[in-house]
Design a binder for this molecule. Structure first.
Ligand code: 3HC
Length: 313
């Protein structure tokens, strides 16, 4: 018992000195479990996040828009693979992570349970959802677990392209025809509040934050990041003369922040619990893609086994 306490003490001292923890380093079981939970859910989010946007690739309004959206969706797939690899360094297999997702024991981001109804959603998702991801992920890139932080550095570079292409769509539609303006304002109205919910529950109801902050996996709280996103996005909305759907949005001279209205946490928990507008469809699509891809996994395993001279598992 004494040894374990000593190991935990030394581990915490490493974290406090700002050292990076690598896969082969000793770590508390709880640290490993928290990282597996967070990284695998992040990976699931990247993959499920391809669905709302994939829905518009064949309906993009121009070849250029189609190419850009294709590139973005392919990036998200790559982010998922990166993050599954980062999670595997903690001793969990890809199959286990996928099984936990399909059993409802692992989550993906609530934001991807909303429908992408018009082309303007492609712009608004890039602007809000990838914008929120950048705020969150630039923080995670400074986290204490090496493989996760390094994955974030590559991913953040691509996220900034995702946000820029989205904001360009929004800006063009906002100065387009009245119908285009109406379409993009409608998308902003539908995606604004779910995007604020992406940052997680309020700090007074975030059971994982204390540990994640102690171990410097998270460097800021959910509310701090949410506020950073609001402050940045209000100015961008003003620049394209779009209205954010929050009558309580007000600049606070004292704090320098934009105060915002009450988030509907019942809606958030309802979506997290699986009762959002698209939860069922998203999981059905994920299960079908997984089943349809079984032959690829078997072929790759057989090839690998042959190459390494072992029987296929
Ligand atoms: N959607 C679904 N579940 C959520 C959630 C959300 N937006 N926010 C919180 N939760 C869940 C948590 O997973 C936790 O449940 P669990 O213990 O069963 O896992 C519970 O609600 C309580 O939340 P906490 O605040 O205690 O949880 P965390 O401290 O883990 O904070 C988080 C939540 C901010 C999402 C954090 O996990 C995180 O930063 N994760 C990494 C980033 C990530 O996953 N982003 C998802 C978006 S991916 C993306 O944006 C792709 C881009 O390309 C568009």
């Amino acid at each position: 018992m004494e040894d374990l306490a000593k190991l935990e003490q030394e581990f915490q001292a490493r974290i406090d000195r700002g050292e990076i923890i690598e896969p082969k380093d000793w770590m508390p079981e709880r640290y490993r479990k928290q990282l597996i939970r967070m990284i695998s859910q992040h990976a699931h989010s990247e993959v499920v996040g391809m669905l709302p946007e994939g829905n518009w690739i064949s309906r993009a309004p121009s070849l250029r828009r189609k190419k850009v959206l294709l590139a973005k969706v392919q990036d998200e797939a790559g982010h998922g693979l990166y993050l599954y690899c980062a999670a595997e360094t903690l001793g969990i297999s890809r199959d286990e992570m996928i099984d936990l997702l399909h059993q409802g024991k692992a989550k993906y981001s609530s934001i991807f349970n909303y429908p992408s109804l018009t082309w303007a959603d492609m712009g608004t998702i890039g602007w809000f959802v990838d914008g929120a991801a950048i705020v969150n992920q630039t923080m995670l890139a400074k986290g204490s677990y090496g493989p996760y932080a390094r994955a974030m550095i590559r991913i953040c570079k691509e996220e900034s392209f995702h946000k820029k292409q989205g904001y360009e769509i929004v800006a063009n539609m906002a100065k387009g025809t009245p119908a285009q303006r109406k379409m993009v304002q409608d998308a902003v109205n539908r995606w604004w509040w779910p995007s604020l919910m992406m940052f997680g529950p309020p700090d007074n109801n975030s059971p994982n934050s204390a540990e994640l902050l102690k171990w410097k996996v998270k460097k800021n709280t959910n509310d701090e990041l949410r506020q950073r996103f609001v402050n940045m996005t209000v100015k961008q909305a003003q620049a394209v003369k779009l209205t954010l759907p929050d009558p309580d949005l007000k600049y606070n001279e004292e704090t320098g922040n934009w105060d915002y209205g009450q988030i509907d946490w019942d809606e958030f928990w309802n979506v997290v619990k699986g009762n959002g507008p698209m939860n069922r469809e998203r999981m059905e699509a994920h299960r079908k893609a997984h089943d349809d891809g079984a032959w690829v996994r078997e072929a790759a395993r057989a090839y690998h086994a042959k190459k390494s001279g072992r029987n296929a598992a």
